[in-house]
Design a protein around this ligand. Structure first.
Ligand SMILES: Cc1ncc(COP(=O)(O)O)c(C=O)c1O
Length: 400
């Protein structure tokens, strides 16, 4: 009989020649466990998804209760499904009043696609401006606006009339003009290696969009739900976008995405043509129930409040000759090493030390730390001790 490892390589579509290849039998809280019972501290949350940890009892209960009631009923937008309306009500209730209408989809990429279509449809314009080193997903529209040529070139032709300008490059904001349908930006760039806007960059973009009639889209797919020490990063900067994109932690571990806007803007998808964006599974009731339970946990357990003190522990503890900088706020951190050559070794050998780490797509000299927000101070200290042992090992072995 073939092992799961062999079957994975034989029958599961691969995304790279060097997948992590770690088999996990179960996961609970901040831990994952191999089939042999080996414990791993999850320091990446499945890339900013498991903010309330794996299998939080309240999320599990919500999923089980919903499965007992109903699963898929009908394509999105036709029937009134209680988990969907309740989640939309809760979400819009904690967002600025302009963001009052929530369109649920299946993933981050689909939220991006929906938002780009909405902006084009609402403004009647086609130009889309995004940023260098931005990541918005892997579908063709999302790929077209990605800020890295490496991943785009082999898939051309992509969407026309899309331009990438420099993040924090104030001068380039002049290219937002009256032909621009929208500007899409991650308020904190994730895959670029946790890069924050400087000198009120987001305010300046907001002003430029107001002046030209372009819609401002914030992609908070990675930064949402407490990750940066605020429920949403937009609160940190005091800038309200016309469209907000959420996914990842939105579903509490289940697949769910959303683009959220005003009722006025959102209504552009209703007519001319009717069914401007449709999706079979978008806003799946089980995913919405899980997401709502997870959001309630974040609020009830005050997980956002503790994020910055937890971040400070990582920053204090992570002092090592190989570390040149620990960048970021809240629990979305980039640990930058003195040389990029160490990164593959550190990530590949992290499981040997009981840790799960990951790369950034566009930052080759740093690795990501984004644990579940429920991680305790004691667990952070333990993770940092293991990390420093791993770095010691990298220092002697990575270049041999
Ligand atoms: C900022 C950002 N936008 C969009 C996406 C795409 O989301 P998904 O993988 O759910 O399609 C990601 C995924 O990593 C992301 O980090």
């Amino acid at each position: 009989m073939l092992t799961n490892r062999q079957l994975f390589l034989l029958h599961v579509g691969q995304t790279s020649p060097s997948p992590m290849m770690l088999e996990i039998a179960r996961a609970k809280g901040i831990y994952m466990y191999g089939p042999d019972g080996k414990e791993y501290i999850d320091l990446i949350s499945g890339v900013s998804v498991s903010n309330t940890g794996h299998c939080h009892p309240r999320v599990i209960e919500a999923v089980k209760n919903q499965v007992d009631e109903y699963m898929h009923l009908m394509v999105y937008g036709e029937m009134i499904q209680s988990p969907q309306v309740k989640y939309a009500e809760h979400l819009t209730g904690i967002l600025p009043p302009e963001l009052s209408s929530c369109f649920f989809v299946n993933s981050g990429s689909e939220a991006v696609e929906g938002a780009l279509k909405l902006a084009k449809r609402f403004t009647g314009k086609s130009r889309i401006i995004s940023f260098k080193n931005s990541y918005h997903g892997s579908t063709l529209g999302a790929l077209s606006i990605q800020g890295s040529e490496l991943y785009k070139n082999s898939f051309r032709p992509l969407l026309p009339d899309t331009f990438q300008i420099g993040f924090n490059d104030e001068k380039s904001l002049e290219s937002i003009d009256n032909k621009t349908a929208c500007v899409i930006i991650e308020p904190v760039q994730g895959e670029a290696g946790v890069i924050y806007p400087e000198n009120s960059f987001l305010d300046k973009i907001r002003e430029r969009c107001n002046a030209t009639g372009a819609l401002l889209i914030f992609d908070e797919i990675q930064t949402g739900f407490g990750r940066t020490g605020y429920m949403f990063a937009l609160e940190r900067f005091g800038v309200v976008p016309d469209i907000l994109l959420l996914a990842k932690a939105l579903g509490g571990g289940m697949p769910l995405g959303a683009f959220i806007s005003s009722k006025e803007i959102m209504s552009a998808l209703i007519s001319n043509p009717v069914l401007g964006h449709i999706t079979t599974f978008g806003g799946h009731p089980v995913c919405c129930a899980a997401g709502l339970a997870s959001l309630s946990v974040i609020i009830d357990e005050h997980l956002v409040d503790s994020c910055n003190s937890k971040s400070a522990i990582f920053k204090n503890e992570l002092s090592h000759p190989l570390i040149s900088e620990v960048r970021g706020e809240g629990l979305l951190l980039a640990v930058q090493l003195t040389e990029p050559d160490y990164i593959p070794f550190v990530i590949a050998h992290a499981p040997d030390y009981g840790l799960i780490l990951d790369y950034f797509l566009f930052c080759n000299n740093a690795f990501r730390i984004a644990p579940p927000l429920i991680i305790s101070e004691v667990e952070i200290t333990k993770a940092c001790i293991l990390l420093k042992e791993l770095l010691d090992c990298a220092m002697t072995n990575a270049k041999n």
